[in-house]
Design a protein around this ligand. Structure first.
Ligand code: GLU
Length: 566
């Protein structure tokens, strides 16, 4: 020890830590720590700042969302839509807020004509009326303690003074989606005509100006004022051919409404999972899979491990059956049609579907296939000192949405309308639930999810990734509840994602080759995933210690910040 006082002090510090860890088991002294888990460090800092100023979890969520619009604009922002799940510690209530984009009044089921996804998703006609700002404001009005200006301040600062481009953003800046719209190109490319690079400072003065206006005039500037006018012009005039012009009007923006929905719940292995109901398809699909697999006792079969080919076989085929139901039943149902959620989740139905599964043999057919979706989006989770939780999946759909920038205000417009059926499906035998309908929301896979043990909240998580979200959140849930892994461990496990009822399955490189080979031999349509699958941001409670813990996905620039209670 002599000559190394640093080690001495370190040991003392460790002992003190150990002491407090023991005390922890008797009384949860850390229970009041607040946490944010976000896919970008600067956005995490914005949330932490709100919490350290005495803000509620919803204030932190607002600050994070605005900051993400600046530092991760390829995935979410005020030009897009979001789902928010909120848990209030004092009442034990969960609220589900749907701030998804809606179809303009002039939109029609056949509006995409013969366009494929790539053609449709870069045009004005793919833009839905954005909901994210209305969603943030609805949360703040109900539970917020800080002003809208306070929530916007860090984002304004990042946009005005600039921030250093991280590797994940630099990669996104290479996207061909930024090549079509001259305004988007000018914002994202340097004087040399090349996309901005990692380590360069990126300033977004037009976006800073938008936030200043919103801070001064409130969200009405966006839905009824100068910004509304600019949004309508951008989706009408740019990047269009005759069929591609957006149909959104100022009335559509003025009439935008968030929807408070009844959260969807499912009991599983002594826990309670709570997530988004339709128009998200994610919760119903995940609960169906868990229900179909329960009789196989996942994670408990002697000799079988998680990631074992037999368990993966069952999961893939159960997902295919769930995705077949999703294609037919999930969406924002037209008047007069009820989505049969109760039937789809009934034990009798799931038992019957489950009879088709076999550990050793691939399911021959599951029907119904869907059009592709974006894989980008972003998820973040927050718990404040009082234990209130906000769990958010937020999107502009594809990477950079349509790639159309609102030039005066510096934000990108979503292409969420391509989450509707590109071709109408309604017929005598199919209600066409996800056909484009004015005022309706496109089907989503986004599924911010809360986990409870009895009455106690123990976790908040979710992921981006379009339809792959369902596999990512499902695998997290299986790894934690069937496999007993911590959230941090579960996040690091390699993933696979079932993309449709035919069974097209994306796999990450780190998945054991033996597993991939077995699946291929069984006839699975396995492809290496072009990008890492998902990006899970978790906050929760370590049940052994009572301590709040966060975990963030290393696949992006996930960051957890702890704000100790004082
Ligand atoms: N638009 C997709 C959805 O709502 C999300 C896209 C993504 O995760 O990148 O389900």
């Amino acid at each position: 020890m002599q000559g190394r006082p640093d080690i001495f002090w370190w040991r003392l510090f460790q002992r003190a830590l150990l002491g407090s860890a023991c005390a922890l088991m008797l009384q949860p002294v850390w229970a009041g720590d607040a946490l944010v888990s976000v896919s970008h460090p600067l956005a995490a800092e914005a949330g932490a700042l709100a919490l350290s100023q005495g803000g509620d979890a919803v204030d932190a969520a607002a600050a994070i969302q605005f900051a993400l619009n600046v530092v991760e604009p390829q995935s979410s922002g005020i030009g897009g839509g979001a789902f928010f799940l909120v848990y209030r510690a004092a009442t034990h209530e969960v609220y589900a807020l749907d701030a998804r984009e809606v179809a303009p009044a002039a939109d029609r089921a056949d509006q995409f004509g013969a366009m494929n996804f790539d053609q449709a998703s870069t045009r004005g006609i793919a833009v839905g009326v954005p909901g994210t700002l209305a969603g943030v404001e609805a949360l703040r009005q109900r539970w917020g303690k800080l002003s809208l200006a306070a929530a916007l301040a860090p984002a304004q600062h990042y946009a005005r003074d600039g921030f250093l481009i991280t590797p994940y953003l630099a990669h996104a800046l290479q996207s061909p989606r930024l090549e079509h719209d001259p305004a988007a190109r000018a914002l994202t490319h340097g004087a040399d005509g090349k996309p901005l690079q990692v380590g360069q400072r990126w300033r977004q003065p037009a976006l800073a100006h938008a936030f200043e206006l919103i801070a001064r005039e409130g969200v009405t500037a966006f839905y009824r004022g100068a910004i509304a006018k600019a949004v309508v012009a951008a989706q009408q005039d740019r990047q269009v051919d005759a069929a591609g012009a957006g149909r959104m009007t100022r009335d559509d923006l003025a009439q935008y409404q968030v929807a408070w929905r009844t959260p969807l719940e499912y009991p599983y292995r002594g826990y309670r999972l709570v997530t988004m109901p339709p128009p998200s398809s994610g919760g119903v699909a995940m609960f169906q899979v868990l229900g179909m697999l329960e009789r196989f006792h996942p994670g408990q079969t002697p000799g079988l491990d998680l990631g074992d080919p037999e368990e993966v076989r069952l999961t893939i085929d159960a997902m295919r059956l769930a995705l077949a139901d999703r294609a037919r039943w999930m969406g924002d149902a037209p008047a007069g049609v009820t989505i049969p959620v109760t039937q789809l989740l009934s034990p009798a139905y799931l038992k019957q579907r489950s009879q088709r599964l076999n550990r050793h043999q691939r399911l021959a057919q599951a029907t119904a296939v869907d059009t592709p979706e974006g894989l980008h989006t972003t998820h973040f989770s927050v718990v404040d000192h009082e234990g209130n939780v906000v769990c958010v999946t937020t999107t502009v759909e594809a990477l950079w949405g349509t790639g159309i920038l609102v030039p005066e205000y510096g934000f990108f417009l979503n292409n969420e309308m391509t989450d509707f059926n590109l071709r109408p499906r309604a017929s005598a035998s199919d209600p066409g639930i996800n056909d484009v309908r004015p005022g309706h929301r496109p089907r989503s896979s986004m599924m911010p999810t809360l986990l409870f043990h009895g009455d106690r909240w123990v976790g908040a998580y979710g992921s981006p990734g379009g339809v792959s979200i369902i596999s990512t959140v499902l695998e997290m849930t299986q790894d934690m509840l069937d496999g007993g892994l911590s959230a941090g461990h579960a996040i690091r496990r390699p993933r696979f994602a079932v993309m449709d009822a035919e069974g097209h399955t994306l796999v990450e490189d780190a998945l054991p080759p033996f597993l991939v080979q077995t699946l291929r031999q069984q006839g699975d349509l396995v492809e290496p995933s072009p990008i890492p699958l998902g990006s899970v941001q978790w906050v929760g409670v370590d049940e052994a210690t009572g301590r709040r813990e966060g975990a963030a996905d290393p696949r992006r620039e996930g960051t957890v910040l702890r704000i100790p209670e004082h």
